[in-house]
Design a protein around this ligand. Structure first.
Ligand code: BGC
Length: 745
């Protein structure tokens, strides 16, 4: 029987009940119609399958399995292939464990470094997040496992996550907070979406028709199903009417009675319910069709993959030549994380790892001093003394530092951006006695680094998964060459972050007052110094760029622009770089970021080798969201295409003239200004005529007004509202009325 036939045979009661889960991790079966139950489990950087008591907070046990690098690390790889390898491995693990859907990837935008779940999210940049997400989803789903892109949307903090509301304007929503989801829908073809707990502009995501139907299904053409975040349901029937399909977790109370009642009372149409049931039935059927029960996985192979991937994600933030470590150097590992690595965060993504590998275990012949107590903020004088002694004895002290476990969890945000005092004091003391000090950082989010100028090198491993210790050793000793690039800006201090005054909001209301100026979009606009810019990352080799070409210097926004550049490994060892393409809008009447990432490609090169990299840009690369037409819109003018090694290390640039082929239509009133009318299809023509006639001639009389007067007059004229032309005697009230009618016709 196909899904439609099954639906026809289901009673109203069965349909209503089917829209809630059976328990924490399963959909309901409809045995009499042969519909089985499907299991879903948390990811996204491992399989958190619970066989005993279920919970969504990482409290109860889950099966022992492999923990891969977390999203914060993965995004730094700037490598779609890394995501694909992970998606494939996880897909196979799910098949072997009879799990039909993995709850990830997490696509929320990193608005503040304080969000407790930043380690589970990719980036402050929506394009990067969307590309990494889509690559993961495609690979996972190729193995027959449904992905579940979460948390849709504007869930960029943990404070009041279950009851708060994110107040965000239309342009910001479409330019910053939605595109990663859009890409995972359109390109990744995700089979499911998890709606966020919070509201957007006072409407909970679980019952937000604009979000779940108008945008997701009608604008983006999504045909999968929507599941709630665990416990996000407020008004169940309203949810179904808005486009929400499955409520999770289910359990004995989730009988569907509220849906049933709403249909019986006529407040919810049976058609809307049928749609939800049909989408769920299709999911169950596809899952059954794609089952591969004979899948066997090799955990050792997966551990090797976790080790290899962690190395691809690491970001070499600073290096004055100390790294890679040289043969014959004596090395001291200092800091508790060398022995007990931080490799994942707490909460629903927590993976049960039998044996995480530490750097101390992976390296041989290094000295070790514990340096600090990871459960305390206070310096322990004896540990500090011992560490300083080790640093004096060794050629190179390598300090393992970072955010302790308790700092990074689902359900709670941090309230500062500092490392614990004892770690900062340790690094200051050690680097004071040995200038060759190297710092290895663990953590899912930026931290302030007050000692940066005193140390010789910093290698950021983020939360790199269970093999992070082994990968760190591979990188420190030069067996691997770091190639990660920061997927987020590291500000100098928390106060510099654009959300600083509005995070986490008050009384459950958080206003995204910084608008589209999130991350580097803000720091670049304000020309602020930062600790490390977006896209930054060093290598043990160097890259050179040449032959940068645009295939045209003038295009219409309906055409595509082809960009090519040659990148060469000009250094001594094999390496990889992320070629980053940014677009800069030079002439704009609306506020735009200085530059925005619009394409990237990870390239692997042997010493002396060159490769040509090509990118194709379409309308979207030049457009901004225009609330007047509720769509992406290109304003004609000059743009610059930039190729960089980071957002602040631009190596080549070339201008292109882009002509927008749509004009803005918007309602004209007496308060519409001359300037606004110049963007209106009919207004442009009429104003042109008026300007060439004498109607506006007074604005030309600038001779006697001194320097700069022409520009002032022009600006003043552009700001004149239509209505004022009557007061100035340029139009009669009747003529004004007729003009407005013509423009709106
Ligand atoms: C989290 C989700 C998770 C779900 C199930 C929720 O608390 O926000 O990310 O998938 O629990 O564990």
């Amino acid at each position: 029987m196909n899904a439609r036939e099954i639906l026809k045979q289901m009673t109203l009661e069965e349909k209503a009940a089917f829209c809630s889960g059976r328990d924490f991790w399963h959909t309901k079966a409809v045995e009499r119609l042969g519909v089985p139950s499907v299991m879903m489990c948390d990811g996204p950087h491992g399989l958190r399958k619970q066989e005993g008591e279920g919970d969504h907070l990482g409290i109860n046990k889950s099966i022992e399995t492999v923990c891969y690098p977390t999203a914060a690390a993965l995004a730094s790889s700037f490598d779609r292939d890394v995501m694909a390898q992970l998606g494939e491995a996880l897909g196979k693990e799910c098949q072997a464990e009879n799990v039909g859907m993995l709850l990830g990837p997490g696509l929320n935008i990193k608005r503040s470094p304080l969000c407790g779940r930043n380690f589970e999210y990719f980036s402050e940049d929506p394009y990067l997040a969307g590309e990494m997400g889509a690559a993961y989803v495609q690979a996972l789903q190729k193995e027959g496992i449904a992905a579940c892109a979460k948390h849709f949307a504007c869930n960029s903090q943990e404070t009041r996550r279950m009851s708060g509301t994110s107040q965000v304007d239309e342009r910001t929503l479409h330019e910053i907070y939605l595109p990663a989801f859009e890409n995972v829908v359109k390109q990744g073809k995700t089979r499911s979406i998890m709606c966020a707990y919070n509201g957007i502009n006072d409407v909970f995501c679980a019952e937000n028709k604009t979000l779940l139907t108008d945008i997701l299904r009608e604008e983006w053409g999504y045909d999968g199903f929507v599941v709630t975040d665990w416990g996000a349901v407020k008004d169940r029937a309203k949810g179904v009417a808005s486009g929400l399909d499955l409520e999770m977790p289910g359990g004995p109370n989730a009988t569907g009675e509220d849906i049933l009642k709403a249909v019986q009372e006529g407040t919810l149409s049976e058609e809307a319910l049928d749609q939800a049931v049909l989408r769920l039935l299709r999911f169950v059927q596809e899952t059954m069709e794609q089952r591969k029960p004979d899948t066997v996985i090799d955990r050792e192979e997966n551990r090797a993959l976790a080790r290899a991937l962690a190395a691809e994600c690491a970001v070499l933030m600073k290096n004055e030549g100390t790294l890679p470590l040289k043969d014959g150097q004596s090395v001291a590992f200092i800091g508790e994380f060398a022995e007990k690595p931080r490799y994942q965060g707490a909460g629903s993504s927590h993976i049960n790892v039998p044996h995480p590998v530490s750097a101390l275990e992976a390296a041989s012949g290094v000295l070790y001093a514990r340096g600090y107590d990871a459960h305390s903020d206070q310096t322990d004088a004896a540990l500090l003394r011992e560490a300083v002694e080790a640093a004096k004895k060794a050629d190179i002290p390598v300090i393992f530092a970072g955010l302790p476990d308790a700092f990074e969890t689902e359900g709670a945000d941090r309230d500062h951006m500092r490392l614990p005092n004892n770690q900062n004091e340790l690094i200051a003391a050690v680097s004071a006695v040995n200038p060759n000090t190297v710092v290895v950082l663990h953590g899912g989010s930026p931290v302030e680094l007050p000692w940066l100028n005193q140390v010789s090198a910093v290698l950021c491993m983020y939360l790199g998964g269970e093999q992070v210790g082994a990968s760190t050793v591979d990188l420190l000793f030069g067996k691997k060459n770091p190639s990660g690039r920061l997927a987020e800006t590291w500000p100098l201090r928390l106060q510099d972050n654009p959300s600083y005054l509005n995070f986490p909001g008050e009384d459950g209301v958080v206003t995204y007052a910084e608008g589209i100026f999130v991350g580097y979009r803000y720091y670049d606009k304000k020309e602020m110094p930062v600790l490390f810019p977006f896209g930054h990352g060093l290598s043990y080799t160097q890259f050179e760029y040449s032959d940068f070409k645009l295939d045209q210097d003038k295009i219409q926004d309906t055409e595509k622009l082809k960009v090519t550049v040659t990148v060469k490994n000009a250094g001594p060892c094999p390496g990889k770089t992320a070629v980053q393409l940014y677009v800069r809008d030079v002439e704009s009447t609306v506020r735009r970021p200085v530059r925005e990432l619009k394409a990237f490609e990870k390239v692997s090169l042997q010493p002396g080798e060159s490769k040509k990299v090509s990118f194709t840009l379409d309308k979207r690369a030049f457009a901004y969201w225009e609330p007047k037409c509720h769509d992406f819109f290109v304003e004609s003018g000059a743009f610059v295409i930039e190729i960089g090694e980071s957002s602040r290390d631009i190596r080549c640039e070339k201008a292109v003239q882009v002509e927008g082929t749509t004009l803005l239509s918007f309602p004209v009133t007496e308060t519409t200004t001359i300037g606004q009318l110049l963007k209106h299809p009919k207004g442009k023509v009429i104003i042109g005529q008026m300007m060439s006639s004498s109607a506006m001639s007074h604005v030309d009389q600038t001779d006697s007004m001194g320097e700069g007067s022409e520009r002032m007059m022009q600006q003043m004229m552009l700001d004149i509202p239509l209505g004022a032309l009557v007061s100035y005697g340029r139009l009669t009230p009747e003529k004004l009325k007729a003009l407005i009618e013509t423009l709106n016709a």
